[in-house]
Each structure stands twice: as C-alpha cells, then as structure tokens.
Write a protein that binds this ligand. Sequence first.
Ligand code: ATP
Ligand code: MG
Length: 423
Amino acid sequence: MTTLRAVKGMNDVLPEALPRWRRVEAAFRAITARHGYAEVRTPIVEPTQLFIRSIGEATDIVEKEMYTFVDKGDDMLTLRPEGTASAVRAYIEHAVHGREPISKWSYLGPMFRRERPARGRYRQFWQAGVECFGDGGPFVDAEMIDMVVTLLGELGVQDLEVLVNSLGSGDTRDRYREALTAHLAPHRDRLSEDSQRRLASNPLRILDSKSPADQELCAGAPDLVDFLGPEDRAHFEGLQGALRALGTPFRVAPRLVRGLDYYSRTLFEVQGRGGELGAQNTLCGGGRYDGLVRTLGGPDVPSIGFAMGIERILLLTGGADTAPTVDVAVAVADASLREEALVLLRDLRAAGLVADGDLRGGSLKSQLRRAADKLGARAVLVLGPAESERGVVQLKDLAAHSQSEIPRAEVVLRVQALVRESK
Ligand code: ATP
Ligand code: MG
C-alpha cells in the first residue's frame, strides 16, 4: 500500500512549531483589537461566482489558481483563495451597513490557491487580515498601513519597505488602460503568453506579471499617478501627508497594481528584505475597494483592507521550535498508586497548574527521566506506598535539586507557590 501524504503545497504544523505561530497570531489579535477591529469568521467554501465577480475573471487567481468543485447537490463551490470577498458577502448578507456607519472586521485563517509551491508560496497558506467598511479615507488608509508596520516591528521584522500607489477610480483607470495598451501593443510579440492575452482583456494585470520580459517592457510604461483626476489626486496626497504625520516611511511605487481587480485608489504592499524570503518577499498586500460592496449587490460603501501571509512572516522572524512544558509532573513508585496519581493530577489542574504524568505503568526511573527531559517540569511529585500510608507526598524540586516531604493536603498550595516564584 502506498503511504498517504499531505496534498502537495499544503503543510502540517506540528505542535513544537505552534508557539511561533501563536506569537504572530496573538500580536495580530492584540493590535487589531487595540484599533477597534472585531473578528469575523466566514465559511472556507463559498459559491464560485463570489470570487469570479469580485476578484475578476482575467486574474491569475480566477483563471488558474482556484480549487473549484461541484458538490453532490450540483453547486459550484470554491475553497476561498482570499478573505475579502467572503467578508463583503457576509457584510451585505447581514445588512451590516444598516446597523452601523463604520464596521471594522479582522480575520485569520487558511486560504487556498493552486500555485507552484516554493519557499513562502503554498497551496494552503494562512492569512491574517482586516477590512474597514464605511470610511472613504485617506486617514484610515494611513492608519491601517501604520498598524501593519507597527505589528511587523513588534514581531521583530525591521527591514521592510512600504510601497503605496493609487489606482484612482472609474475613468482614471479607463484612461490609463488605454495609455498602457498603447505603450505595450507595439511590443506585443515580446510579451509572455499570458500577457499577450491580457493586453486585450486586462492590461493592468501585465504590470503585476512576474515574467522578466514583461517587467522589462513595463519599465517604461506611463505612471498611474499621472492619470489621477483632482479628487483621486487629493486622496492620494492626503494619504501621503497622513503617513508622514505618523512617521511611517513609505515609497510611492507608480506601477504597483496587485493581483485582484477590485481595488481602487489606495494600494499598498509591505515587502520584507530578509534573505529567507527569496522572490516571495511580499509580506502583506492591501488596498481600497470602494466599488466592491456595490458590485456584489450591496450599497455604496467605501472600504479598505489588507491581508498578510503568516508563513512568510514566520520565515523572517525565525525562532526555534519549542515543545510545550509542564509546571509539575506526577510519578508513582508503584503501579497500584495510579488512581491516587489520577486524583492528584486532577486537583493540580483544577488549581490552574499545568500538570502531567506518565501512567502507563513503567519504572519510576523512566517516569522521572521523562518528567525532566521531555515535559520540562519544574517539580515532580512522587507517590510511594509508604508515603501514601502516612498521607504524604515527595516533592522533588528539579531546579533547586532538593527534595522534601509534604502532607497530601498541602501539595497544591506548595506547588503553586513554587511555580509562582520561578515565573
Ligand atoms: P504574490 O505576489 O506573492 O503572489 P499576492 O499578490 O498573490 O502575492 P495577496 O493576494 O495580496 O498576494 O495576498 C496577501 C498576502 O498573502 C501576500 O502578501 C502573501 O504574504 C500571502 N500569500 C499570498 N499567496 C500566498 C501563497 N500562495 N503562499 C503563501 N502566502 C501567500
Ligand atoms: Mg499571488
């Protein structure tokens, strides 16, 4: 029989690696909470149409990367490739706009894209992100960018670059699309196959192409910012002013477009510069999607959001894997005392202590070795037949290398005191 393995590009996170994940998640949860974001949880599977209508037909995600299937009821479903479409769907479905003018949501969970796996690029990966509905910016845009930079700083990612651009709105893009097409059309034959196709369907996507030939041809392309109308320009200048006021370093990247069609006005990306990331150096991408709520059947609600890739942040923040440790272990000198150990363990846990024991019935020596080496216990409580008769327990303080006998009734308090002093 062939051994079953995880799906290519999808990773297990074993318990020893989890503390590093938790640290990133906790920092994300803490900073978003401080900014007034509340967590939303939406299904991992959505109707395929949701992503086609929001992300856009002529995008890499929709054309090539979605995990789409027909379920037994003949519904066409897709594993979510990103979080914004689902959040917007839920926002409209629950008529949230009717209850409050501004909604600030955060989310954290796995996303699915059938890409070519590489370091920092997986088929199931985790994103943490936020969406802010109801504020047209530009101050909230700056606040969000600053929040991401602060978060990454708290996590120890220092060497990063913030890129911002504005896509403008409505006719800006139409005019820019024409200019870009005019710039690229004479070189059509030198574009990659995908880009040749997109020259007609979605030329802005070509700016986001990873093909070196495409990038070279795009280098001389006109800048989006030169096409902004007065209101879009004022918005973009407002964003830059606010970032300067906050002291958040940034660089205007005039050809930054990003891979989703729903963006308008503000676009941003945070890139890491650590060696571990290689080509996958975008830690976080975001932008404004003022027209999306309406496109999906809701009211006109300007919105902005971002998502960051947890695995990419972990590649930069490093840190060693750590096994979980316990405060106290319980060991028995005789197998007949295992029920007593069970009760003692329960009492210790009821008092809030992390307690564990090996009750398989092995030798005391092996139990003590496991307590010290594997469980990382501060103390071990040893139950012996003679001690049990006298109503006492032996307490081994593994840090102080000392040993004492204590009445069973005082065990929990004594261990609590010991643990408190060592923390
Ligand atoms: P890239 O240009 O690297 O493909 P993207 O533009 O597709 O990124 P977004 O859709 O904006 O990325 O997603 C936001 C963030 O999610 C990215 O900046 C990245 O950190 C992470 N991310 C996206 N795709 C993957 C993936 N396949 N594996 C791991 N992380 C990913
Ligand atoms: Mg991508």
